[in-house]
Design a protein around this ligand. Sequence first.
Ligand code: COA
Ligand code: AMP
Ligand code: ZN
Length: 433
Amino acid sequence: MNQSKYFEPEIETLSRQEIESLQLARLQETVKRAANAPYYKKKFEEMGISPNDIKSLADLSKLPFTTKQDMRDNYPFGFLACDKKELVRLHSSSGTTGNPTVICHTKNDIATWANRVARCFYMVGLRNTDVIQNSSGYGMFTGGLGIQAGIEALGAMSIPAAAGNSRRQIKCITDFGTTAIHAIPSYALRLADVFDELGIDPAKDTKLTTFLIGAEPHTEETRRKIEQRFGVKAYNCFGMTEMSGPGVAFECTEQNGMHLWEDSYIIEIVDPQTLEPVAEGEIGEMVLTTLDREGMPLLRYRTRDLTRIIPEACPCGRTHRRIDRIKGRSDDMFIVKGVNIFPMQIEKILMQYPEVGTNYLITIKTENNNDDLIIEVEKGNAPIADPHALCKSITRKLKDELLLTPYVILREKDEIPNAEGKAVRVKDLRSKE
Ligand code: COA
Ligand code: AMP
Ligand code: ZN
């Protein structure tokens, strides 16, 4: 068994100069690869650039930014940089109303991603003797198979419990001796309540030592609450489908910022309006370039997540720079129960119904540690034969679109105030502490 403090000391403790020369070599390779993708090929031609123009890391600024919209517009395979026969897996975001985003992986992509996740787990003290349970949704959610592959790459025992069914989660934890669990922070608190209902004290009656929490913004107070209720250490993990999934950045045992793996990604922090770099340590939008992805390399991807680089060296000795907690978004996406939602998805479904009007209100609130998505929509001009059946039908369509179940409430015409200017209203009443 590896007794080192680091999973891959030769990578995790590289000097800044070594990181940068590795990044340059990988960036040159990545740009060459990207030029095979129909989207980038055309883009490079339009911009008059070629892979040979990348002679230093500063030349990154010559490359185009990539947005979620670019990916939607080139759905599904416009960003594919290899032969389809090299692919072994495809992940996609939810949604049927617009084109979802799609990421395709080669065998090597899956292996490097799994290795990165294993590196994160090792960093917080997990070893092959651990039993790691995953309460993320499997299927297309990258938190499912991504975490799964990471556990296996670490050589620990995996419990692929998947999302939902809290009593069963708890039975797995107690019966199988789960030592670590990957859970969305809001769900961790729900799980604590169910432990209480069952009269089991997770701090005393289980072997849990570690929570891996991510996929949605949360505060230091939420982390401390989870730690206290479970008697564990909880570590923040950041990832996104476009960057493969979990394991992009992860806290070390210092619990002070997430190391972003700079052998796999180049990070830039830019002003979301001007797209110019912000001063070191300032908050801006995180832009990431993949460095080791074969199937779909992405250049300067605008994550829309707002954060900052923590410039100081980390006492743990890892040299890959840390990012701070995600502070917000530069678009209108919000996350409920670990599911990403764009208000436009909701609007598009509502507008399919002539029975409803144009005003609606989206409210997210927490009750008993359960996050609810409530959609109030005004009645329209068309007669409503059966309001209950209408609500049921809208709920069903929204569930298919969003992958979670909202509460739909029909309101009289003047009950929802006119949305002045911006047609969309989102009221997030979740506690921010
Ligand atoms: N993760 C795991 N389970 C969750 C959850 C979450 N984020 N949020 C809620 N649940 C549990 C609920 O507690 C409930 O179980 P319980 O009643 O036994 O306690 C069960 O899932 C169903 O939740 P409910 O709110 O009734 O239904 P829904 O249709 O709205 O649920 C989920 C949808 C939870 C299945 C869906 O939101 C989901 O898959 N979330 C996980 C997304 C994910 O893995 N993201 C990671 C991306 S990296
Ligand atoms: P997905 O593509 O479904 O994995 O969602 C990715 C998005 O989830 C990111 O762009 C963030 O907005 C959010 N996210 C993921 N991890 C975290 C985290 N640790 N803290 C805050 N937000 C997160
Ligand atoms: Zn550290």
